[in-house]
Design a protein around this ligand. Structure first.
Ligand SMILES: [Zn+2]
Length: 364
């Protein structure tokens, strides 16, 4: 609504908008000269909206939320209600909070984002911080680039994403970790998706990388992400946001490979590896291992994988990296075994060379 300072607002709604009680407002009338006017018909105490805004009791952005002051008060009340419910869900490590956040993201994502994040200092038990951050991640994803259905306003604007993350990351890292087993862990840990405490940088980086258009393009990569100029993300980020830069490089590598531009993808990977970014991100580490195994052999890939796995978190991409390594090593062992000449100790009992059993399942 457009802000009209002369609009009258009831004490009840003023209290909600000012996030205080009616009693405090009464006291302000007495002690601090807050002007009140009784409505002649309803006998309700009302204030001039301009007085409340100018004295800093009510924030202007709260007033302009809805069509009029009463509706704005309702919106604030329902948001406070949601924040209270969320606090309860966090305490209980409730798996439904993520689903609720996903549903709410479409309309109220940006409004719920800050109140939800503000609950982080209250999450002091193992498992609660993970539960809360899981809901934050759901909010970012469901009201972010490529969301279906698209949200009216993104929960985390791409212009704000990395600045917000730089501010909140120390809090996330200092929050209480989930227990590795048992009930004192968050729903994502419980389901093996990786704790949002460890993986939240991914949705944040996606928002920051995909930017205004919400998707990667060849031109976008050349204009903003990769290149030799110092303002390109690959040069600007590693100093302050190395892991985010690594995830960005993986996004670009994957996108370029899917576009069948393998040579360009390998160039991007080489640039990222020259900056040692592949040591920080399990996804990037896996593609780096693949390239190393092809160019310098499995032993070199193994050294890299072990180095990366030493800093393992709950992110399931580390499991995939370990599995990839094991699988390739086993395959190499098996291939070597098939190549080796047979040692025949009892020639008369040995199977004649070249003889194989009949396989009834082969097509005739
Ligand atoms: Zn967790």
């Amino acid at each position: 609504m457009s802000y009209d300072p002369d609009q009258r607002i009831t004490r009840k709604h003023a209290a909600v908008l000012a996030r205080t009680t009616e009693k405090t407002l009464l006291r302000d009338e007495r002690d601090r000269g807050l002007q009140r006017q009784d409505d002649p018909q309803t006998k309700q105490a009302t204030y001039r909206l301009g007085d409340l805004v100018e004295s800093g009791r009510i924030r202007l952005e709260d007033v302009t939320l809805a069509g009029n002051a009463a509706e704005a008060a309702e919106v604030i009340k329902s948001r406070e209600h949601v924040a209270k419910l969320a606090a309860e869900c966090v305490r209980l490590r409730c798996p439904h909070l993520r689903a609720e956040a996903t549903l709410a993201a479409q309309e109220n994502g940006s409004a719920l984002f800050d109140p939800l994040v503000a609950l982080l200092p209250t999450a002091t038990e193992p498992g609660t911080a993970g539960t809360l951050l899981g809901a934050v991640a759901a909010l970012i994803t469901a009201a972010g680039p490529g969301a279906d259905p698209p949200a009216s306003v993104p929960a985390l604007a791409h212009t704000r994403a990395l600045r917000w993350w730089a501010k909140i990351r120390p809090q996330v890292e200092a929050s209480v970790p989930c227990e590795r087993s048992g009930s004192r862990s968050c729903p994502d840990c419980w389901e093996g998706h990786g704790c949002p405490r460890d993986t939240l940088y991914q949705p944040v980086t996606r928002v920051a990388v995909l930017g205004e258009r919400g998707r990667l393009t060849k031109k976008g990569i050349n204009d903003r992400l990769f290149g030799s100029r110092p303002d390109r993300r690959i040069n600007a980020w590693p100093g302050t946001h190395p892991r985010e830069a690594a995830y960005m490089a993986w996004l670009v590598f994957t996108f370029t490979t899917q576009e069948d531009r393998v040579l360009a993808a390998n160039d991007y990977l080489a640039v990222a590896m020259a900056k040692d970014l592949h040591l920080l991100e399990p996804r990037l580490a896996r593609v780096a291992c693949q390239t190393l195994a092809e160019s310098r052999g499995l032993a070199a890939a193994r050294v890299l994988a072990e180095k990366v796995l030493a800093t393992r978190s709950t992110d399931p991409a580390y499991d995939e990296l370990a599995l990839w390594m094991t699988w390739h090593e086993q395959a190499a062992v098996q291939a070597a075994r098939r190549q080796a000449p047979r040692t025949i100790t009892h020639p008369r009992l040995a199977r004649p060379a070249g003889r194989v059993n009949h396989n009834p399942y082969l097509p005739r």
